[in-house]
Design a protein around this ligand. Structure first.
Ligand SMILES: *[C@@H]1O[C@H](CO)[C@@H](O)[C@H](O)[C@H]1NC(C)=O
Ligand SMILES: *[C@@H]1O[C@H](CO)[C@@H](O)[C@H](O)[C@H]1NC(C)=O
Ligand SMILES: *[C@@H]1O[C@H](CO)[C@@H](O)[C@H](O)[C@H]1NC(C)=O
Ligand SMILES: *[C@@H]1O[C@H](CO)[C@@H](O)[C@H](O)[C@H]1NC(C)=O
Length: 379
């Protein structure tokens, strides 16, 4: 019993040292200038050589680069001898994609005024591996484009005006970024045969439960990261591939998770459901008791109690919910006695956020006794 008392006072000390309230992490907010003020107007050199744009337009004229040693280098682009496979056409006020030279593997077209992708410029661009089209005005990508570039690996088209996932995407694709568009629909075969896709980012679109088919994601056998945050989902997406490592669903209206939703996932490590409508009622007790899970974020929901989680979980965000009390004995993945007696059973939880609930310090002793790896806890 004496040993027990010694241990208890050691723990009290830990409680004093370890449970010092830590600072809240600052929310990271990407600062982006609005598109209209993105680029300063660059005056053209005086002289009659430059024709005025044909139609009235609010777009500044394309910025031309210096003459290139490559005769096939489009005037709007830069072709560097050090990177013969890169074509740099970003930030050039381009509206029409120039003819892409055969040697191009990496194509940079971000931050322009492109509104449409047609096949013609890609006639000879069969070696393109990587296209960055971010921050343009693209509302349509003709599917014939992809017939010209069968080895495409990365397609970045975030911050455009697409209303649908482009069709005819090549089976070779590994990363697809379509965040910040106006996509409300995924055609049922949009991702068929795309067995090599590892990253799919559909963040900040207009996807609703109806816009996602039952089988939309079915063929994505290699998918590791799926971002559907900031859409209009009310239900968990169906048919999500179970090899997923990262699933982001923040800022939707999800109020319920089916009991066995995560049952067949064997690698899932990061789950974010911040800013949804989850309450205890829609959250089966054991739904997040997933042994591979490392990071679980459930901030800004309506939870009144702490869900069960596995002893391997390292980060848990439960801030801004309706939690009134926390009972370490209940949420400890093992009995507190077992954790005290066997070092191997100490849960991995290191970071716990509980601020913005109806809780006040001190942190209950049984929480400290169970979660002995806890480095910081925010109440
Ligand atoms: C296409 O690329 C090949 C190989 O570099 C070249 O010989 C040919 O002239 C190119 N054709 C066009 C239309 O650019
Ligand atoms: C998918 O990746 C594998 C391995 O890198 C490769 O052999 C295969 O050709 C790829 N599939 C397609 C359709 O590109
Ligand atoms: C959580 O899952 C583990 C298996 O990974 C199981 O042993 C444990 O009983 C589960 N916890 C609860 C509270 O059901
Ligand atoms: C915590 O839960 C356990 C098990 O249900 C219970 O015996 C104990 O009284 C609870 N502790 C508090 C402080 O409510």
């Amino acid at each position: 019993m004496k040993a027990g008392v010694g241990l208890l006072s050691a723990l009290t000390l830990f409680l004093l040292l370890g449970a010092v309230l830590t600072q809240r992490p600052r929310a990271k907010k990407p600062t982006r200038r609005p598109a209209t003020t993105r680029k300063p107007f660059v005056p053209r050199p005086p002289g009659p050589a430059q024709p005025e744009p044909q139609e009235p337009t609010d777009f500044p004229p394309p910025i031309l680069g210096p003459p290139s040693m490559y005769p096939d280098c489009p005037r709007e682009c830069l072709c560097s001898p050090s990177y013969p496979n890169s074509l740099n056409c970003e930030n050039r006020n381009i509206r029409v994609i120039p003819v892409i030279p055969f040697r191009t593997h990496y194509l940079y077209l971000q931050n322009n005024y492109i509104s449409e992708l047609t096949a013609e410029p890609f006639q000879n661009a069969t070696e393109v591996r990587w296209i960055n089209l971010a921050n343009n005005r693209i509302h349509q990508i003709h599917k014939q484009v992809f017939e010209k570039i069968p080895a495409l690996l990365y397609l970045y088209a975030q911050r455009n005006q697409l209303k649908e996932v482009p069709s005819g995407l090549p089976a070779s694709l590994e990363q697809l970024r379509l965040g910040r568009n106006r996509i409300s629909k995924i055609p049922s075969n949009a991702f068929s045969k795309m067995g090599n896709l590892t990253l799919l980012d559909l963040y900040h679109n207009q996807l609703s439960d109806n816009g996602l088919g039952q089988n939309s994601f079915k063929d994505l056998k290699s998918l590791m990261q799926l971002n559907l945050a900031h859409n209009a989902l009310k239900k968990m997406p169906a048919g999500v591939p179970n090899g997923l490592i990262q699933l982001f669903l923040d800022k939707n209206s999800i109020d319920d998770i089916p009991k066995d939703y995560f049952k067949d996932f064997n690698h899932l490590a990061f789950v974010r459901l911040n800013r949804n409508q989850l309450s205890d009622k829609g959250l089966p007790k054991n739904v997040f008791n997933i042994s591979t899970l490392l990071d679980l974020q459930l901030s800004h929901n309506q939870l009144a109690s702490v869900p069960h989680f596995n002893s391997h979980l390292e980060h848990l965000h439960l801030d801004h919910n309706s939690i009134e009390s926390i009972n370490g004995t209940l949420i400890c993945p093992y009995s507190i006695d077992a954790v005290m007696n066997d070092h191997n059973l100490v849960p991995s939880l290191r970071y716990l956020r509980l601020d913005g609930n109806h809780l006040s310090p001190p942190i209950p002793v049984d929480v400290i006794m169970c979660f002995r790896q806890l480095h910081s806890i925010v109440i």
